[in-house]
Design a protein around this ligand. Structure first.
Ligand SMILES: [Zn+2]
Length: 62
């Protein structure tokens, strides 16, 4: 449990192979690591980061 090495950023990536969106950690070296490790969506996932974790505008406006 070493949560202190470098700065991982949470984000959401989409698998370009099957289109599945998954939560990921983006490491300082630019690599993408699915959160949970074993949550592979398919045999050869290819993740494309689509957004950072910012609960930006998904709030009800009323
Ligand atoms: Zn996939």
């Amino acid at each position: 449990m070493s949560e202190t090495e470098g700065k991982k950023e949470r984000g959401v990536a989409t698998c370009e192979n099957c289109g599945q969106p998954i939560p990921v950690n983006v490491w300082p070296d630019g690599t993408v690591h699915p959160i949970g490790g074993k949550n592979r969506c398919c045999a050869e996932p290819s993740y494309q980061v689509v957004e950072n974790e910012t609960p930006a505008k998904f709030v009800d406006e009323n």
